[in-house]
Design a protein around this ligand. Structure first.
Ligand code: ZN
Length: 258
């Protein structure tokens, strides 16, 4: 794509805009080296394969045994992926990590995901890096620890909490925030608003009552882990075209790779 001039680029963008989500996904697949590898069109050192996952050795490893674990289906970033694929990759990552520890006799693994160009993502196919680690291996994965004002921390906390509550179904904000995102697809707005409101109110009633009784003896964990399940039952957008899985549109994803 780097060889394109302005005119060709504009032409391509125009073409991409007219594509349906399915056509766009097909287009991305054709451009994707990792889809070609999984389709047997390019060579690789395969480490593992099942119905949903595929793992190969990185040809430019950070350390010896650096594994790239991918969904077989083409997704660019984690928010696009169906929950079962995310879960499955997590399970496989756990086993590959153990295999690396035992098989290569290293002291640790770094499991790393870059979501978006700003995070250092180079390929447009979602992947988890499983990097064998040994003391003194000089891998530059040091997370800085900066000072932050209490005021700034509180502001960030509030801004994030609203989104977390909206996406994981904890408070009333769900309806407000989700509705804003629904505005993009006008036809569905009303339906979704109604479907979501009822269960949210039920939760509001039940949550405070249950939270007053236990004093952190594990019961709360059970409650919390049940909530996302309720949420998935009541979330109809999964049947819609993959355009807005978890509210992420293909436009949002395109933005990440500009
Ligand atoms: Zn791909």
């Amino acid at each position: 794509m780097a060889e394109m001039n302005e005119e060709q680029r504009a032409e391509l963008m125009e073409k991409l805009k007219k594509m349906s989500p399915e056509e766009l996904r097909e287009f991305q697949k054709k451009q994707c080296i990792f889809c070609q590898i999984m389709g047997g069109k390019m060579e690789s050192k395969k480490v593992y394969e099942d119905d949903l996952a595929y793992a190969i050795l990185d040809i430019n490893p950070a350390t010896a045994g650096h594994i790239l674990l991918m969904p077989k289906e083409h997704y660019a970033i984690m928010p696009q992926m169906p929950e079962e694929v995310v879960q499955h990759l997590g399970k496989v990552a756990k086993k590959l990590s153990l295999a690396v520890l035992k098989g290569l006799k290293v002291q640790g693994t770094t499991i790393f995901v870059a979501n978006g160009l700003a995070a250092g993502q180079r390929a447009q196919h979602f992947m988890m890096h499983i990097i064998p680690r040994s003391e003194g291996d000089s891998i530059g994965l040091v997370i800085p620890q900066r000072q932050v004002d209490e005021k700034d921390l509180t502001a960030i906390h509030q801004a994030m909490q609203e989104k977390v509550n909206a996406l994981l179904g904890v408070k009333k904000e769900i309806v407000q925030v989700e509705t804003k995102e629904e505005e993009k697809s006008e036809t569905k707005e009303e339906d979704k608003g109604e479907v979501k409101e009822e269960p949210v109110e039920e939760k509001e009633k039940s949550l405070p009552e249950e939270k007053e009784i236990p004093l952190g003896d594990g019961q709360e964990d059970v409650e919390e882990s049940e909530q996302p399940e309720e949420e998935t039952e009541e979330a109809p957008p999964e049947e819609e075209p993959d355009k807005k899985e978890d509210g992420t549109s293909l436009d949002d994803i395109a933005e990440l790779f500009k």
